[in-house]
Design a protein around this ligand. Sequence first.
Ligand code: GLU
Length: 375
Amino acid sequence: MAQKLGTVVVKIGTSSLTDRATGDLKLAVIGGLAEELTHLRRLGWQVVLVSSGAVGVGAKRLGLTTRPTTLEGKQAAAAVGQGLLMSLYDRFFSFLDQPVAQVLLTRADLIERDRYLNIYRTLHELFALGVIPVINENDTVAVEELKFGDNDTLSARVGTLVKANWLILFTDVAGLYSANPHVDPKAQLIAEVGQVSAELDQLAGDKGSNWGTGGMVTKLEAARIATAGGITMVITDGGIPQNLPKILAGEAIGTKFLPQQDPMNSRQLWIAYGLVPQGKLLLDKGAVKAIQAQGKSLLPAGIQAIEGNFKAQSPVDLCDLEGNEFARGLVNYSSDDLSKLLGQKSGRIPEILGYEGEAEAVHRDNLVLLAMITD
Ligand code: GLU
């Protein structure tokens, strides 16, 4: 058994796997990817492949000329395409005697702790058996509210799950640019990003403006998750899988996002990025400051308004009065009860609610900072 070198998650998008105009599979890319991943595994890396393409490949097989737009349409195409995609990977990797395994996940699988741990154990068993897991979202069964919807964020969550060292996003551009490289000839490649800032979000454009299939918006969200989890992430050209060993050797190829110095633990990652927020708490300046700068819990006195219907212990977004989100946490009160406590001193809770509740609306232990708000 080769020495263990670390864990690498490689995500490849539909735009790198198929020809944009014809929808034909790019067999040389898939073959190259199989060679590189097999090689890395033999060297001693634990390797995970997150592959998109189910919907695109399925649509092509069904003779559709455009990608389906309805949820049912996409789910049906994914059901056709996933098998095809997997049979393709199985054949390519089999030529190299490298076993692969299909793992289909939904967001719900990563929310519930039992299911999360179960996936963790299965992936580790696959690593121990020398298998390369090939992961996709289980598009055919994922319901809208609990969908990742894109494999960029899915791959980042998988990266934190397996405690990866690297997350490589193969896409149809060479990295993150100062402007859209498809339309602006002056666009410059950004080689390294230390902090995924709000300015970078501006570069990526609106949610609707896609450069690749998933677009840069989801790639920056993936970068936030991955780097918060201590993972180095690289966005690079999916047409050249042969770059993979060079990237892992430290060569500057594509855009590299550096891991945070002080990464979140798995519970903090779960609160920040695993759960689906059920509401918003709008906080006054004093509360924002106490949480951001002084490491305090959130007391009901600092909450000016709430949005959404939620139960006690639900995940919620913590925002300033303009609605800018800066933290996430698990709230101690339901929206019904909390609405009666807005701006109130904690000492009055028993009198207002008729029971002895927690003094904090969100306890510090259940709270994760996501961004810094400055005046
Ligand atoms: N799960 C989708 C598919 O296999 C891809 C999502 C994405 O493009 O990121 O087609």
